[in-house]
Design a protein around this ligand. Structure first.
Ligand code: PPS
Length: 288
C-alpha cells in the first residue's frame, strides 16, 4: 500500500501517513528544543504558511532571497514530519520550526525551554472551509463525499490532526501553564493590519525592523506575491500528491469565506457546537 493511503493513529489523533510515521511523531514528542528556536504552532489551514513566510523575512531583515529560493517546508520544517530530522539538523540558528501537534502532546518537550512559540489561529468556520477544499486537492487526505460529511467530522474532531476545539483551547488557555514565551496571532489580525502584525511579531522576537525591511515583508507576504511564489504555493509538488487541477493551495486568502459555503442550518449547528465546546474558554474572539 502506498504511504498516501496510510493513516497513522497517534494518541487518538489520525495523521496522514504520507507525512507522518509512528517514529516521527514519537520523535517530535521527545525533541530537544534549543532556547533560540522559534516554533510556529497552528491547526491546519490557519495561516501557517503565511507565518512561515513572515518569519523567514524577519530573520533575513526583509531580504526575500531565502523566501524565493528555499521551499517553506525546508526553511521551517514540520517537527513531526518523517523527512524533517535531517532538515532540522541542517538549519542555522535561530531555527524556525513548524508543528500542527496539540499542546498536550508537545508540553513535555517544551517544559523548561525558552522556545518562542507563535500560535496562529483562524475562525474555525474559515478553517473548515479551507480544509475541505484542501482535502480535494491533497491526495494524502481522505475523500469526503460532501461538505456536510466533512463538516460533521470536523465538528466531531475526527478529521486528520484532531479536534480544532481541543487544539485551540490547549494552546490558548490555562493548560499552557507557565508558558510565558507564547504569542497568539490570528489570521484575522494579519488580514486586517499586516503591518501591525509584523510589529507584534518583531517585538515578541526582539528583532525590530527598519521601515524598508517592514515594507519588504509586506510585499513578499501579500497573498498575490505568495500565490505566485513556488516556494510556498506547492505547485512543485507532483500531481499524484497535490492535484492542482482540483484547486490551489493559495485558494482565496479571505476572512469570512465561510459565508459562501455554509448554509444557515450548518452555521447554526457550528454556532451551537462552538458555544458548547468553548464554554470553558475565556478568550474573546475577533473573527470577522
Ligand atoms: S497548511 O496546510 O496547514 O500549511 O495551511 P495554512 O498555511 O495554515 O493555511 C492555508 C490558508 O492560508 C491562506 N493564506 C493566505 N491568506 C492571506 N494572505 C496570505 N499571504 C496567505 N498565505 C496563505 C491560504 O490561501 C489558505 O486559505 P484559503 O481560505 O483556503 O484561501
Amino acid at each position: 500500500m502506498s504511504r498516501l493511503e496510510v493513516i497513522e493513529t497517534f494518541h487518538g489523533i489520525t495523521f496522514p501517513g504520507h507525512l507522518h510515521t509512528q517514529e516521527s511523531l514519537q520523535l517530535a514528542l521527545e525533541f530537544p528544543f534549543h532556547d533560540t528556536d522559534i516554533l510556529i504552532v497552528s491547526y491546519p489551514k490557519s495561516g501557517t504558511t503565511w507565518m512561515q513566510q513572515l518569519l523567514t523575512l524577519i530573520l533575513n531583515r526583509g531580504d526575500p532571497f531565502e523566501s524565493q529560493k528555499v521551499p517553506n517546508w525546508v526553511r521551517a520544517p514540520w517537527l513531526e514530519h518523517h523527512y524533517s530530522a535531517t532538515l532540522l539538523d541542517a538549519l542555522r540558528q535561530p531555527r524556525i520550526i513548524t508543528t500542527h501537534l496539540p499542546h498536550n502532546l508537545l508540553a513535555g518537550a517544551l517544559r523548561g525551554s525558552n522556545v518562542k512559540v507563535i500560535y496562529v489561529s483562524r475562525n474555525p468556520k474559515d478553517v473548515a472551509v479551507s480544509f475541505y477544499h484542501f482535502h480535494k486537492m491533497a491526495n494524502f487526505l481522505p475523500n469526503f463525499s460532501s461538505f456536510q460529511e466533512f463538516l460533521n467530522a470536523f465538528l466531531e474532531g475526527t478529521v486528520h490532526f484532531g479536534s480544532w476545539f481541543d487544539h485551540f483551547k490547549g494552546w490558548t488557555t490555562g493548560q499552557t501553564g507557565a508558558m510565558t514565551n507564547l504569542l497568539h496571532v490570528t489570521y484575522e489580525e494579519m488580514s486586517m493590519d499586516f503591518e501591525a502584525a509584523i510589529v507584534k511579531v518583531t517585538s515578541f522576537l526582539q528583532r525590530p525592523l527598519a521601515e524598508d525591511e517592514v515594507n519588504s515583508c509586506l510585499r513578499h507576504c501579500s497573498f498575490s506575491s505568495m500565490k505566485d511564489n513556488k516556494m510556498v504555493n506547492y505547485t512543485d509538488i507532483p500531481p499524484e500528491i497535490m492535484d492542482h487541477s482540483k484547486g490551489c493551495f493559495m485558494r482565496r486568502g479571505k476572512v469570512g469565506d465561510w459565508r459562501n459555503m455554509l448554509t444557515n442550518e450548518q452555521n447554526e449547528r457550528f454556532e451551537r457546537d462552538l458555544k458548547e465546546k468553548m464554554q470553558d474558554c475565556s478568550l474573546e474572539f475577533v473573527w470577522e
